[in-house]
Design a protein around this ligand. Structure first.
Ligand code: NDP
Ligand code: OXD
Length: 312
């Protein structure tokens, strides 16, 4: 019998229990705080933003599943168990959601929607003529699971696509691939619409500061759906306010919710979304978690295991 210890604040657990039970009715689904005792026998944790120290107290946990693709909500716990696999979410629902969000956001900046929306508020008929997609250089920062599905969603529009990752990827038709810190500047300099899909790590924190953002061509737009730590917000705002950058769509922020008095809310050329670019869907996530528990039970390696040395 498989036992799942589930943790999620502020939302009902019923929908998750039902989704897990639909895939395997025999699973024992324990909802926090009713996790029982560590002596009750082996269990798998399935958690989002658990309170620090909690996972370490449950010495019966055999693996930890993150309810999201990001694992910074786990690694911030100084007592995070290091002796069990930590598995980030990689279900199809999350990938579909991100592909939709990125396609929508790139199209909006390409077609000048932030500018058109500002004009509408002023009852201004001023027209905006967009360049052909083939002349718009889209650059995806982070070419992992979500970067790749986002690129695939953009390809049919004909954008001039590029992506940047830490390690070299095999060449692929229809996209120019960059990797490593030494090639970041060249990648930024050729990017009209930048899409941030990086995890939060020591290397990515503050990566897009004034100097790096200034490497983007004048008139570029910035989309960030990875983590808020990537961008130095004051630097981004300075470049948006000066008109050097044309616009931004931001789904993630250093502090969430974005404080009500933050100046970003007032910028006409910025679209703010409340960290909803891709939401883990219970049905696809339940299948993913139970499929990976089966792998672990067969002593196979699970998908998307966190590598603590690289931090994602
Ligand atoms: P992956 O781990 O599959 O991909 C991460 C990518 O980032 C990889 O291509 C990796 O390179 C690259 N990368 C990491 N560090 C560096 C670095 N220092 N320099 C260059 N490239 C780097 O993650 P996912 O694609 O699944 O998710 C990405 C992030 O998106 C998550 O970590 C999460 O923070 C965020 N997210 C946001 C959501 C939202 O709703 N806003 C929803 C879901 C996720 P390499 O391929 O060489 O390893
Ligand atoms: C995630 C997120 O990491 O929603 O999945 O941010």
């Amino acid at each position: 019998m498989t036992r799942i210890l589930f943790y999620l604040q502020d939302y009902s657990h019923d929908i998750w229990r039902e989704a897990i039970k639909r895939v395997d009715p025999s699973v024992e689904f324990r909802s926090f705080p009713d996790w029982g005792s560590p002596d009750d026998g082996p269990a798998y944790a399935f958690v989002w933003e658990p309170e620090p120290g909690l996972l370490a107290r449950y010495t019966n946990i055999k693996a930890i599943f993150s309810l999201g693709a990001g694992i910074d909500h786990l690694t911030r716990d100084p007592d995070l168990p290091k002796n069990v696999p930590i598995i980030r979410m990689g279900d199809d629902g999350l990938k579909e959601g991100m592909a939709e969000f990125v396609a929508m956001s790139v199209l909006m900046h390409h077609r000048g929607m932030p500018q058109l929306m500002a004009k509408q508020r002023n009852r201004d008929w001023g027209r905006y003529f967009a360049s052909a997609a083939k002349d718009v250089r889209v650059g995806i920062l982070g070419y992992g699971a979500l970067g790749q599905v986002s690129a695939a969603a953009l390809k049919p529009f004909g954008y001039d696509l590029a992506a940047w990752s830490r390690t070299q990827k095999p060449a692929e038709e229809g996209i120019t691939l960059y990797h490593g810190a030494e090639n970041l500047n060249e990648f930024l300099a050729r990017t009209d619409i930048l899409v941030g899909l990086l995890p939060s790590t020591k290397e990515t924190a503050g990566l897009l500061d004034f100097d790096r953002l200034s490497l983007l061509p004048e008139g570029a737009s910035v989309i960030n759906a990875g983590r808020g730590s990537l961008i130095v917000l004051d630097d981004l705002m300075a470049l948006l306010n000066s008109g050097y950058l044309r616009g931004a769509t931001l789904d993630v922020f250093p502090e969430e919710p974005l404080p009500k008095d933050h100046a970003l809310w007032g910028l006409d050329n910025v679209l703010i979304t409340p960290h909803i670019a891709a939401i883990t869907r219970p049905d696809t996530a339940a299948e993913y978690v139970l499929r990976n528990i089966e792998k672990l039970e067969r002593d196979e390696t699970a998908e998307n295991v966190l590598d603590l040395t690289r931090g994602y």
